[in-house]
Design a protein. Structure first.
Lengths: 115, 113
């Protein structure tokens, strides 16, 4: 059973470009979470999605950031007009439909560098 | 709101030493508590968890007990190895539903031979 997949693992963008990060959850998992880890910091929750629905986006910046989890295909975190401050590691996690403990399984992350 | 506070690192120990990494939390309700480990260049791996007061999570020689009275979930290991060198994150999930996890800032552990 493959784990959570993220790609690309490393992404370099120039200021003003768009970044698209992809996440495929574990098989049978319908909940996806995105987190951002700034250098020397812990992970900060960004958004929680189920298939075709955003459940909680309280951690998402109000501008330039968006996320989706379509009926088919991976979840996408999209950052428009990137700035240097967006440089970070972005982690995706997934969990099964019913989980009383909210245990989440993490992918290897995408390391975004904005030049 | 929810928050997690853990001791700052780096923590440097010799091999076979006893390890404690402190973690305290603030949360409404009855959260689940987790320790995750991150090796260099990798994602987070769940190390252990506890879902209710007085539960003890354990894995790979690591232990942590959910203490509601002190709102703590300290990580311990009796004899550390060089391979335990990593960053350790304490986290909580608010009780009752599928929510984003709240993480501490992480503690970098360095074990010297």
């Amino acid at each position: 059973n493959a784990g959570v997949m993220q790609n690309p693992r490393h992404l370099v963008r120039r200021r003003g470009q768009e970044a698209r990060l992809r996440c495929s959850p574990m098989k049978g998992h319908s909940h996806v979470y995105w987190y951002r880890q700034l250098p020397e910091e812990g992970l900060k929750f960004m958004v929680y999605l189920q298939k075709e629905n955003i459940i909680d986006e309280s951690g998402m910046p109000k501008e330039r950031f968006s996320a989706e989890f379509p009926k088919e295909g991976p979840s996408i975190l999209r950052i428009q007009q990137v700035v240097r401050g967006d440089s970070a590691a972005y982690f995706c996690a997934s969990s099964p439909p019913v989980s009383g403990t909210n245990e989440q399984f993490f992918g290897p992350g995408t390391r975004l560098t904005v030049l | 709101g929810n928050s997690v506070t853990q001791m700052e690192g780096p923590v440097t120990l010799s091999e076979e030493a006893f390890l404690t990494i402190n973690c305290t939390y603030t949360a409404t309700g009855y959260p689940s508590l987790f320790w995750y480990v991150q090796y260099p260049g990798e994602g987070l791996q769940l190390l252990l968890k506890a879902t209710k007061a007085d539960d003890k999570g354990s894995n790979k020689g690591f232990e942590a007990t959910y203490r509601k009275e002190t709102t703590s979930f300290h990580l311990e290991k009796g004899s550390v190895q060089v391979s335990d060198s990593a960053v350790y994150f304490c986290a909580l999930a608010a009780g009752g539903g599928a929510d984003g996890l709240t993480f501490g800032k992480g503690t970098h552990l360095i074990i010297q031979p």
